[in-house]
Design a binder for this molecule. Structure first.
Ligand SMILES: [Zn+2]
Length: 251
């Protein structure tokens, strides 16, 4: 973890520091300040108290550090359960920045965090990026030009059936927005479509009139948007479905 507690304050790891505790389980932690991995704290007597914990990578830190320090790595408690989140904004959006997801992780965490947005490293497997690029090339994913009245609203649609061939199953079962960051992809074979992987694609978590909706963002834009956005529950996400039906399909 990046922050430990000491006398009621959050502190970053520094060499030789003694007496800090884990904000989640309250046991003692020790600083790890080597050269290879970013400075962090480790539990003194156990591996990790939070079984949802995912070790940081350069990629996850590159996202997390875009947010103010106070918003990073909050500890969230509901009833008897306590977990770390990646980010909690002032407007109560909880952002989980994840290298890997499974349907089980998604189900458990969506239930617990309640006002979630996922950021996923979608560029880890080359074929995921290839399939995305291929979908643009074949025009399976199309831009809704008429609906994008302003510069920042850029909706794209893909038939729900086709989406299953492009996106991982776990991304499609999420019930909160899934921000797919393909930028880690090493793909160079997309020709004129290679730029597609430089964007972050927000997959709307519900079918809208038989389609899945994607919104296109630049990474910097995503941070600003998440900071402004009000945390939405599952029910509020459902209301967005009606908004998209009206706005994109005039239903
Ligand atoms: Zn702990």
């Amino acid at each position: 973890m990046k922050f430990a507690e000491y006398r009621g304050k959050r502190i970053a790891a520094s060499p030789g520091f003694i007496g800090a505790t884990c904000p989640c389980c309250k046991t003692e932690v020790i600083p790890r300040c080597g050269k290879k991995v970013a400075h962090h704290w480790a539990h003194k007597n156990k591996s990790q108290c939070d079984n949802w914990w995912e070790p940081h990578s350069d990629w996850s830190l590159s996202w997390q550090e875009k947010f103010e320090v106070e918003l990073q790595e909050p500890v969230i408690t509901r009833g008897q359960e306590t977990h770390f989140a990646s980010i909690k904004t002032k407007n109560n959006t909880i952002v989980q920045i994840r290298q890997r997801l499974t349907p089980k992780i998604i189900e458990e965490q969506e239930k617990f965090f309640q006002t979630l947005v996922w950021i996923v490293n979608a560029g880890r497997h080359k074929h995921d990026s290839s399939r995305l690029i291929q979908a643009f090339r074949k025009r399976t994913i199309v831009k809704l030009v008429a609906a994008s009245k302003n510069e920042t609203f850029r909706p794209y649609i893909v038939k729900a059936k086709d989406a299953e061939k492009i996106f991982r199953k776990e991304w499609l079962v999420a019930r909160f927005p899934m921000l797919l960051d393909y930028s880690t992809s090493k793909i160079t074979t997309g020709g004129k479509y290679t730029y597609i992987v430089d964007y972050v694609w927000c997959l709307f978590p519900l079918k809208v009139n038989g389609y899945r909706v994607l919104l296109r963002y630049e990474k910097e834009e995503v941070i600003a948007k998440l900071m402004r956005r009000k945390g939405k529950t599952k029910e509020q996400i459902w209301k967005l479905k009606a908004f998209f039906e009206k706005r994109l399909f005039n239903l």
